[in-house]
Design a protein around this ligand. Structure first.
Ligand code: ATP
Ligand code: MG
Length: 575
């Protein structure tokens, strides 16, 4: 099918000014180039050219899924509550899950992810180990009522995801398909022109233990990563830490209660005591599921990682502002020495050898110095508690970690039997016994990937698409229209390019050259063939490359062949 578009017929409402609401390049350019429009917070319409790019991303993902033997289907977007109640996620998911009633009062939700519904489907239809492994995928809308939808397509509430689910009769079989999926995800990033890094990650709401996120590297990304030259990399949320500490005081000293008027923060305490903040210990308070008070102690210059806190004490929640009064503890002066009766004290591994802690005294305006674990207080649980950061040791070699920011474009998970057990989804094994399916799931954010591509590929004038994702591959730009010299030649080249298989648009608008050039740069047509009276009189046209910004003069007779060859060369780079 040929793709030959006319600017006069296209709905591509480009904007001259930057929209005020857009903080980052992809959001700004998607709006300005006339690719998307906002319908509500985190909910967008894809306009014709934006939708062409979405479809291209979907097609790349489809090809890579088909290549590893996953089969496409389409699951319902509106899902019965009953399945979510059985998996336990009706309660666990919280307000991100959009719930609704039908006219009979039955409860439903808008799918934020589709583990429940596919497990129920497969459980009803796949009975024997002989039918395994089975891998199924869909490309569908998702709805998550995100607390802070922002950055345009990067964090929407309604968005498009490719999600695949696999069913196995053994961990080995799962591992093999998981590896195939991870390799496919790498190829998808390559074909989208994304510079990326696979990283160790947390499994969040989805569950399971083994998981990898694919991060498109970008300064504007919401995720922080740490990585080592040895190849190890992780999301800081999930990274285990090797914190090296050199405490200043290494000999036992006396415990001393110090009057510290108005001192509430680590920075104030360090400066008041004349020590560095890493010689202080920060205590954060939480409560466990039974309401028991929990103190988390971390080095003063480090942050507590809430995911690690929850791993050390399942069900723990950090105290909200109003809880401090309820527990009668002073927020700015907490510590493990004489805490309220029954408090569970958990401390970061890196504090183990430290002799003397500078720490809160559980009374406003007082702190302790020289507090020694084992002598002055007890630590019940030692755990890795802090957020990893550049400069920490690599957990797998002796290197030091570097930092980067990224956009999570996709994630693969080994789920094990979490969903098959809760939903009672079993198959008959070779020995005749009933076994729960061993499962994996794999998600690519289609619309987030589009934004990530633009984050990585733009300049001050607009989008610089990898040809694989560009809405169209080339534009023919006649500098005059409605005349006998330029217009007919432009129309002919446009038709010939389309017939040669190039996706091409002709800018047949009666606009000034400057307007046409600006739109061509903004929308980012990868190749632009510019035709003017003077050039044609000399038998040449200009070929512009949006990536290199090179402009070359090409004899008119060679124009189509040259452009087709360049397009094919570029396509090959992303195949
Ligand atoms: P995040 O941590 O960014 O909220 P997530 O880990 O919850 O994302 P997954 O459940 O792993 O997301 O979903 C798979 C993919 O779907 C993500 O890798 C991402 O590309 C995409 N995605 C998730 N949430 C959103 C969103 N709010 N807007 C756009 N895409 C999203
Ligand atoms: Mg994820």
């Amino acid at each position: 099918m040929t793709v030959a578009l006319r600017m006069t017929a296209l709905h591509v409402p480009t904007l001259k000014e930057d929209p005020a609401e857009a903080e980052i390049a992809s959001h700004r350019l998607l709006l300005r180039a006339g690719l998307i429009r906002k319908a509500a917070a985190g909910i967008y319409t894809f306009l014709p050219l934006g939708w062409r790019s979405v479809v291209k991303i979907e097609q790349i993902v489809r090809e890579e899924m088909d290549a590893i033997g996953s089969q496409e289907l389409l699951l319902p977007f509106v899902q019965p509550a009953e399945l979510w109640q059985r998996s336990g996620r009706w309660d666990d998911y919280g307000p991100e899950l959009a719930r609704l009633h039908d006219r009979q009062g039955r409860e439903f939700c808008l799918g934020p992810t589709h583990e429940e519904i596919i497990t129920a489907l497969v459980s009803g239809e796949v009975r024997s180990y002989r039918d395994l492994p089975l891998s199924l995928y869909q490309i569908n809308l998702k709805f998550r009522d995100e607390m802070r939808p922002r950055f345009g397509l990067l964090r929407g509430r309604e968005f498009i995801m490719k999600d695949a689910y696999s069913f196995h009769d053994s961990q080995e079989s799962l591992q093999a398909h998981y590896d195939d999926q991870a390799r496919a995800y790498g190829r998808i990033c390559d074909r989208l022109g994304l510079v990326y890094r696979p990283v160790e990650a947390d499994s969040g709401q989805i569950g399971g233990s083994v998981t990898t996120e694919f991060m498109a590297l970008a300064e504007t990304g919401e995720a922080e990563l740490v990585y080592c030259e040895c190849g190890w990399a992780a999301n800081v949320e999930a990274a285990s830490t090797v914190v090296s500490r050199t405490p200043s005081i290494t000999e036992p000293v006396a415990l001393e209660r110090v009057h510290t008027p108005q001192i509430r923060t680590i920075a104030e305490l360090a400066s008041f005591l004349g020590i560095s903040d890493h010689d202080t210990v920060k205590t954060m308070a939480g409560k466990d599921a039974d309401g028991r008070l929990v103190f988390f102690c971390v080095p003063g210059d480090r942050e507590l990682n809430p995911l690690k806190a929850a791993r050390a004490v399942p069900g723990v929640e950090l105290l909200a502002e109003e809880d401090f009064a309820a527990y009668a503890i002073p927020k700015g002066s907490l510590g493990p020495v004489s805490p309220p009766e029954g408090t569970l004290v958990v401390a970061d591994e890196s504090l183990r050898g430290d002799v003397a802690w500078g720490i809160g005294a559980n009374e406003d305006d007082f702190h302790y110095t020289g507090a020694m674990p084992g002598r002055d207080f007890e630590v019940e649980v030692w755990a890795d508690l802090v957020v990893a950061r550049p400069g920490d040791g690599c957990p797998t070699c002796s290197g030091a970690l570097s930092g980067a920011r990224g956009i999570e474009v996709s994630q693969v998970f080994q789920l094990g039997t979490k969903y098959s057990e809760s939903l009672g989804a079993t198959y008959t094994a070779e020995d005749g016994s009933e076994q729960p399916f061993v499962m994996g799931c794999y998600g690519v954010g289609i619309t987030r990937s589009l934004a990530a591509v633009i984050e990585q590929h733009h300049d001050e004038n607009g989008i610089v698409w990898p040809v694989s994702v560009a809405p169209v591959e080339a534009a023919v730009i006649p500098l005059t229209v409605g005349d006998d010299e330029v217009a007919p030649v432009a129309e002919r080249l446009w038709r010939e390019l389309a017939e040669a298989g190039v996706e091409v648009v002709i800018d047949d608008r009666d606009e000034r050259a400057g307007v046409k050039f600006a739109d061509a740069e903004l929308i980012g047509f990868p190749f632009q063939l510019v035709l003017g009276k003077r050039g044609l009189a000399a038998g040449v046209v200009e070929l512009k490359d949006r990536v290199t910004l090179d402009r070359i003069e090409v004899p008119l007779a060679e124009a189509v062949r040259t452009l087709v060859a360049r397009v094919e060369e570029e396509r090959a780079r992303f195949r």
